[in-house]
Design a protein around this ligand. Structure first.
Ligand code: NAP
Ligand code: MG
Length: 511
């Protein structure tokens, strides 16, 4: 250890009291699953954490039946303010158990503790607080009078932000009056099961939240279940496509939040120090396992060399290693499969002629790791410029004019997010206006707020999560407003027309 090295600062795991094995959470209790149980391991050490039950199609059926019963008997009978009280209670319990949840997430997912502690878990609580506040105000969500819940929501989430994606799904669904069956990703079930304990602690009526763990087949059985009214999915575009096919013609409402290949555009008048930090945060946050990651750096040609040099200097200071260490910047890759995929695409990038640079990190002996990597001089047609790598790999391209930056940024099958770095507000607004991306950050990146809608264009999926718009995905809107307007005497035509216009504006492009 040299004079300037950091001493180890491991977060204690003593706050975690994990069980050896976890069942499925159905109708308020943990029950055995009928599939073959599987192990959850720590991707940083490959050590066994706990055994997780696997839900068979029959178990999925039991969970959906529990959610249906809860919807009809209890949850749909409660007032919005009573639903809100439960959600506030859940939000407070998340805050109370924040440290435990952060440690569990880091252990199971491999992300640095400073991210799970300072980003994931605070946002999880924020999401529940935010939607708790909406539960008694649905009439004011701009969806027309008297919007109604859909019924039972099937929710399938990925492994990159396990607890946060659960919050994005469950909080608006419950606030809107639906009950849910949620399937976490196979490699990261742990915090969903701790959340099930929180649901018990909050004394949420039985069956309102059900968690079925298992592999892709469990998810497929849930999507196809005939008594599900709504499917919400976050994950790969390939599985999203299968889900779209499976629900086509069934009348189930669906939202898909899929992949991305975001452009992070740096103009020569940008504040360079901040831009360097923004580029690093854009692609190396959460090991690049982020659907909206700024994985394509578009840098103006005259500052290209300077930006890449400074990036390399900055990346050489990042600390890769034990995710539970409070000084760690880059944690473990979530699974061996994901590591293989990152390696394969990176090798393709090199074979296609891009210049590869790897940060000088010491890679731990066990576990799954990939050092921060930059590919320079990447051509627009290269696979690493087009496909989602979902790892700590940045592709660098250049442009000369704003028009070229816009054309290159939009030259992707995806359209989830983008970043713009410039000193000039007018330039930022003019460029943002022409980018086909659901979320555009200016002089910042990867900022999330429950009040702000999030979602994509093109192959990045459809529907919005977050904000008022995120409620619409869990409510019947126009039809309910229409029938309500017939029932409600004195309902003015003008107000109805105004609401129809708001709806049209809110559900424009990108759906
Ligand atoms: P994935 O296969 O799409 O997994 C997402 C979720 O869907 C998981 O819970 C998964 O279960 C489940 N699932 C798998 N097959 C299913 C099916 N046929 N029907 C219903 N549910 C199904 O994603 P992945 O394999 O974890 O990652 C592959 C790639 O997807 C990544 O390399 C990345 O490019 C992209 N990805 C994007 C996001 C995002 O936030 N947009 C997140 C994760 C991954 P299992 O966990 O058991 O497979
Ligand atoms: Mg795991």
């Amino acid at each position: 250890m040299s004079f300037l090295d950091y001493a180890p600062a491991p977060e204690s795991t003593s706050i975690l009291h994990l069980k050896d094995s976890y069942g499925l959470f159905i109708d308020g209790t943990f029950v055995a699953g009928h599939g073959t149980p599987f192990a959850s391991i720590s991707p940083a050490t490959e050590q066994h954490i706990a055994e997780i039950a696997s839900a068979s199609a029959a178990d999925v059926d039991t969970a959906v039946a529990a959610a249906r019963k809860a919807y009809e008997k209890t949850w749909s009978k409660l007032s919005g303010s009573d639903r809100g009280k439960y959600l506030f209670r859940i939000a407070r319990l998340i805050q109370e158990r924040a440290r435990e949840l952060a440690v569990a997430e880091t252990l199971d997912n491999g992300k640095p503790i400073k991210e799970s502690r300072d980003v994931d878990v605070p946002l999880v609580a924020a999401w529940f607080f935010y939607y708790a506040g909406w539960a008694d105000k649905l009439d004011h969500a701009g969806l027309g009078a008297n919007p109604r819940a859909l019924g039972v929501a099937a929710q399938i989430i990925p492994w990159n932000f396990p607890l946060l994606m659960l919050a994005w799904k469950i909080a608006p669904a419950l606030a809107a009056g639906n009950t849910v069956v949620l399937k976490p990703a196979e490699t990261t079930s742990l915090t969903a099961l701790l959340f099930a304990e929180i649901v018990q602690q909050a004394e949420l009526p039985d069956g309102v939240v059900n968690i079925v763990t298992g592999a892709g087949e469990t998810g497929a059985a849930l999507v196809r279940h005939p008594d599900v009214n709504k499917v919400a999915f976050t994950g790969s575009t390939a599985v999203g496509r299968e889900i779209a096919k499976a629900v086509a013609g069934t009348g189930k409402k669906v939202t898909l939040e899929l992949g991305g290949k975001a452009a992070n555009i740096v103009f020569d008048d940008a504040p360079i120090d901040q831009a360097i930090e923004g580029i690093v945060n854009g692609i190396f946050f959460n090991q690049g396992h982020v659907c909206c990651a700024g994985s394509r750096l578009l840098v103006q040609e005259n500052i290209h060399e300077e930006v890449v040099d400074r990036l390399k200097t900055r990346l050489a200071t990042l600390r890769l290693g034990d995710p539970l260490d409070k000084n760690t910047d880059i944690g473990a890759i979530n699974s061996r499969e994901q590591l293989d995929r990152i390696r394969e695409l990176s090798d393709i990038g090199e074979a296609e002629g891009a210049e590869r640079w790897t940060a000088p990190c010491v890679i731990p002996e066990n576990g799954f790791w990939f050092a921060p990597t930059i590919f320079d001089n990447v051509s627009t047609s290269s696979r690493i410029a087009r496909e989602e790598i979902f790892g700590p790999v940045l592709s660098v391209l250049t442009f000369r004019t704003p028009a070229e930056a816009i054309a290159k940024a939009n030259n992707t099958p995806y359209g989830l997010s983008a970043g713009i770095w410039s000193d000039k507000g007018s330039k930022i607004l003019a460029v943002a206006d022409k980018l086909r991306a659901g979320v555009i950050w200016a002089n910042t990146f990867n900022r999330f707020d429950p009040a702000s809608p999030f979602g994509g264009y093109k192959e990045s999926g459809y529907g919005r999560e977050g904000g008022r718009q995120g409620l619409a995905a869990y409510l019947t809107t126009a039809a309910a407003a229409e029938s309500a307007s017939v029932r409600t005497s004195g309902y003015s035509r003008a107000r109805k027309q105004a609401e129809t216009r708001t709806l049209a504006a809110g559900e424009g492009e990108g759906k």
